[in-house]
Every structure is written in structure tokens, then in C-alpha cells.
Design a binder for this molecule. Structure first.
Ligand code: AMP
Ligand code: GLY
Length: 427
């Protein structure tokens, strides 16, 4: 099977790594990729937001499967273009990708499917925003309606800051935005990321993971795309996956099919396990980053066949997924200034030393690029995702941090508490 992966972050590096381990894969390509992916796949300098360019590349390569990693190409309709070219694609078309592209649309789908989520208002004026903030009270949750790479959400006890963020969202919509803001009730309790693979009808949940969204230890600092993750979750209730399949994932997939915009690809449910039950915080229309790094580290079912089954509508024929007993932890090494103003162009050293000879620690590249001298340079906010497995979270964590300690990147920062509480709770 010839597979083309679209994207160039650590999530795509993790996808490429798993795909390269699937014996069914004979050729692996990635566009645009990064310096790490280039060691596993042939990389192509293609504009990942252009459906025409991606479909042309897929045709030229005679790809049997295209896997779209990030949200931006999905929301831009890249999966539709590939599908129209007659090539199986893993990832929803533009209408279903609005589940991630518009928080207001996601709320509407959830209402239609009776999926439990935070109560919310969609506002388009400062007056409406102020009213909504006062209706819920502090802490305030203010969300940009459109895509914002995980950085469009402000959770704060400061009413003025909440209003200022609302004004910024409404006044200057980013690409894909509508100048609307979603204000919702605050959800307490731990967060869980649960992914499901779906062909639009059948839904296969993966194992849950937990992400660390804030930049600094102790969940301080601004929201980021995600600073680390681990799986499994020893503290999660036993029936969680079945409950979420029944109350969230299947109803959402059924609702989108009913609306004539079937969702095939990866449905990501970001959940809060609140004192009043499980609630959806957000949906994403693609694999999460960095959770994918730990979920795929534990998946034993060959990935290419699984994604192809979803892309071709035969997921019901796939046998139950197989999982390693091991735990996995990933720690993101971010550039100086991330998330506000990341610095790029610094040399990264220690990449080989960071990986363990026994295969239990590996470095996934996110924002990296190789220069003419063959050196690897930082080229993005999240630069690397150091991933490790172990018999339990404590061992996986120790190995991941031993890997991080070998990385030399001027000004870089990482959290030191990824999986810390969970590894202690599991003792
Ligand atoms: P989102 O982009 O919707 O995933 O939001 C990013 C992060 O903001 C989430 O992972 C939560 O940590 C936080 N957040 C979003 N919505 C809420 C909410 N209603 N209550 C509490 N925290 C929230
Ligand atoms: N890790 C959060 C996300 O992928 O959106």
C-alpha cells in the first residue's frame, strides 16, 4: 500500500512511524513533512492547504490512501479534493470538519444529538458577550468561534480580560473565523482526550489519553497546542470509553450522517469529567497532538489497514483493536517564546543521544527543518515530542525525561510534571 500523509508536526511524525511499521505499507510519503519525517518517508514540498496540489501529488504517486493530519487542510476541503480524485482519504470533508472549524456549529450538532456539553451562548456584539459572561459568572470561558490552534480559548476569573478576549475574537476573525465568540459555563474536573476512528457509521474508540494544555508546570501560563500527554489513565472510571461511545461519539457520528454531512476520519472528543457527569469541551476533526504520540505508541493493530478501512467504509469488518500493556508518555520541547512568539532557527543537538537503543524512547519532530549542512534547526513553536514507553507510567515518564535531558536547544522550555500525578496515583 502506498500512503501519503499530509502535515508536518509531531502528530504526523507519529503517524508516519506507525505506518512505516505496518508490513502492508510499501511506500510512505509525506507533504510537507519535517526533518524527522524525512528519515522515514519521502517528503514533498506541497502546499498542504491546497486541495488541487495535494490531489495532484496523490495521483502522481498513485497513492492508495491519503491521511490528512492537521485541521487546517480538512477545514480547507483538502480531503474532499482527494476523494473527488477517486483516492481513499482518511479525514472528513469540509462540511463535517466544521465540527472543529466552528465551535458554534459543534454546539448545534451536540444539541441535535443530545450530547452533554457546557451550556453556551454564541455572541456577536460586546453587549451580548457581557450579558453571557454575567449569566454564567466566574470563572469565565471565552472561545474564538474559528480555528486558533488551541490558543483561542481564555479561561479567567478576570471579567475585563474575558471581555477583552471576546472583543478580539469578534473584531478580527482569524482565517476560518466568523467574528463570533462562544461564551460558556465553566466545567470542573479532569480532562480526557478520547479519539475514535469512524467511517461515518461504525465508530471504533481508541484508548483515552490526557493532554497538558497550559504552558507551565502546575497548569499555569497560557493555553498551548499541548505540552505533553500520557496513556493509559489509571484514574479514569472503568466504563468511561463505553459511556462516551454511547453518549457522545456514536450520537455525533449519527447526527452528522443524518444531516447529510457524514464524518469519516478521526473524531476527537475533548471531555471534562465533571462532578455532574461527563461533558464535551470540544470536538476536533483529526488526531490530537501530542496525544497521538502516546496513543499510537500503544496501538498494536497495524495502522494503515485500520485507516484504509475507515476511508473505504468497511470499518465494521475490522477485528477488535489490540493494545500493548505498556504505558506511554510524551514531553513536548518548545521553542523560546512559545506560545506567544516562538523563536526559530536555533540548532538542535542531542537528538540521537535522546533515543534509547532498546527502542523505548524516540524523538518525534514537530517544528524542525534541516539546513544545507545537515544540521537540524528549530522551525516552529512546538519543536520536538520526546516519547517513551515503559511497564508503567512512572517508568515511561522517567525514560521520556531522560531523553529530554539530552536535547540541547537554546532557550527551549518543557513542562516537568507531565504524567507526574498519574504515575504517583498508580503506585
Ligand atoms: P478547547 O480549544 O475548546 O479545547 O479549549 C482549550 C482548553 O480550555 C481546554 O482543554 C480546557 O482546559 C479549557 N476549557 C475550554 N472550555 C472549558 C470550559 N467550558 N470549562 C473549563 N475549561 C475549559
Ligand atoms: N492536544 C490538543 C489538540 O490536539 O487539539
Amino acid at each position: 500500500m502506498k500512503v501519503l500523509v499530509i502535515g508536518g508536526g509531531a502528530r504526523e511524525h507519529a503517524l508516519c512511524r506507525s505506518l512505516s511499521q505496518d508490513p502492508a505499507v510499501t511506500e510512505l510519503h509525506c507533504a510537507p513533512g519535517n526533518a524527522g519525517i524525512a528519515q522515514l518517508a519521502t517528503v514533498h514540498p506541497v502546499d498542504q492547504l491546497s486541495g488541487t496540489e495535494v490531489a495532484a501529488l496523490a495521483r502522481q504517486l498513485a497513492a492508495d490512501l491519503v491521511v490528512v493530519g492537521p485541521e487546517a487542510p480538512l477545514v480547507a476541503g483538502v480531503a474532499d479534493a482527494v476523494r473527488e480524485a477517486g483516492i481513499p482519504v482518511f479525514g472528513p470533508g469540509r462540511p463535517a470538519a466544521r465540527l472543529e472549524g466552528s465551535k458554534a456549529f459543534a454546539k448545534d450538532v451536540m444539541a441535535g444529538a443530545s450530547v452533554p456539553t457546557a451550556r453556551s451562548y454564541v455572541c456577536t456584539t460586546a453587549e451580548e458577550a457581557a450579558e453571557a459572561l454575567d449569566a454564567f459568572g466566574a470563572p469565565y470561558v471565552v472561545k474564538d468561534d474559528g480555528l486558533a490552534a488551541g490558543k483561542g480559548v481564555v479561561v479567567t476569573a478576570d471579567r475585563a480580560a474575558a471581555l477583552a478576549h471576546a472583543a478580539a475574537c469578534m473584531g478580527a476573525p482569524p482565517a476560518g473565523g466568523w467574528g463570533r465568540v462562544v461564551i460558556e459555563e465553566y466545567l470542573d474536573g479532569p480532562e480526557v482526550s478520547l479519539f475514535a476512528i469512524t467511517d461515518g457509521t461504525t465508530v471504533l474508540p481508541l484508548q483515552p489519553a490526557q493532554d497538558f494544555k497550559r504552558a507551565l508546570d502546575g497548569d499555569a501560563g497560557p493555553n498551548t497546542g499541548g505540552m505533553g500527554a500520557y496513556s493509559p489513565l489509571p484514574w479514569a472510571p472503568a466504563g468511561l470509553v463505553d459511556e462516551v461511545l454511547e453518549t457522545v461519539l456514536q450520537p455525533t457520528v449519527d447526527e452528522l450522517r443524518r444531516r447529510g454531512t457524514p464524518f469519516s476520519g478521526l473524531l476527537y472528543a475533548g471531555l471534562a469529567l465533571t462532578s455532574r457527569g461527563t461533558r464535551v469541551i470540544e470536538f476536533n476533526a483529526r488526531f490530537g497532538d501530542p496525544e497521538t504520540q502516546v496513543v499510537l505508541a500503544r496501538l498494536r493493530t497495524p495502522l494503515a489497514g485500520l485507516l484504509l478501512a475507515a476511508a473505504t467504509g468497511v470499518l465494521a469488518d475490522v477485528p477488535p483493536l489490540r493494545w500493548a500493556e505498556e504505558a506511554a508518555v510524551t514531553v513536548v520541547v518548545a521553542a523560546e517564546g512559545y506560545p506567544a512568539a516562538p523563536r526559530s532557527g536555533d540548532v538542535i543537538e542531542g537528538l540521537e543521544r535522546a533515543e534509547a537503543a532498546d527502542g523505548s524512547v524516540w524523538v518525534l519532530h514537530a517544528g524542525t527543518a534541516a539546513d544545507d549542512a545537515g544540521r537540524v534547526l528549530s522551525a516552529g513553536g512546538r519543536v520536538l515530542s520526546v516519547t517513551a514507553t515503559g511497564k508503567d507510567l512512572a517508568e515511561a515518564r522517567e525514560r521520556a525525561y531522560a531523553g529530554v535531558a539530552e536535547i540541547e536547544l537554546a532557550g527551549s522550555h518543557h513542562r516537568t510534571d507531565i504524567a507526574l500525578a498519574a504515575s504517583r496515583a498508580a503506585d
